[in-house]
Design a protein around this ligand. Structure first.
Ligand code: FES
Length: 138
């Protein structure tokens, strides 16, 4: 199961958008149903709407917190070296990808990342894969 903490920023933003849309729909429906004059609405139905709205709001709050954490994490990581041997930062990798690199080898040729101890290679391959997968049409 894909938990919020395992999701990347784009996935979290997509989930958050869907949750907000669901909440808006449920609230709109609740207002419509409960606003019907002369219509008896059972107490169970009212509680059901309240529970659903409460649940969606909690999930939105949890998703927003996780998303904020991921964004803060990314901001802190951007300036740090991904490849300490060759002093290559995440920003350098992102610029390389922005300028056409699509594989680790492309980035290696541009930045020389991974050319000394090699401990960064798997991490860089994952960064490339995640970043390139987000931009399939570029
Ligand atoms: S950390 Fe990248 S080659 Fe050593």
């Amino acid at each position: 199961m894909n938990t919020l903490s395992n999701m990347n920023i784009d996935e979290l933003e997509e989930i958050l958008s869907k949750l907000k849309k669901d909440l808006a729909e449920v609230e709109e429906e609740r207002i419509f149903i409960l606003g019907q004059t002369g219509l008896h609405v059972p107490g169970g139905t009212v509680k059901q709407y309240e529970a659903e709205v409460h649940n969606l709001r909690e999930r939105i709050e949890e998703t927003e917190k996780t998303l904020q954490g991921k964004k803060t994490e990314k901001t802190a990581f951007v300036g740090r070296y991904v490849c300490t041997c060759m002093k290559v930062t995440l920003k350098d990798l992102e610029e390389g990808i922005h300028n056409g690199a699509r594989t680790f080898k492309d980035l290696h040729l541009k930045t020389h990342c991974g050319s000394k101890c090699g401990t960064c290679v798997d991490n860089i391959k994952k960064i490339v894969q995640d970043t390139v997968d987000k931009k399939p049409n570029e």
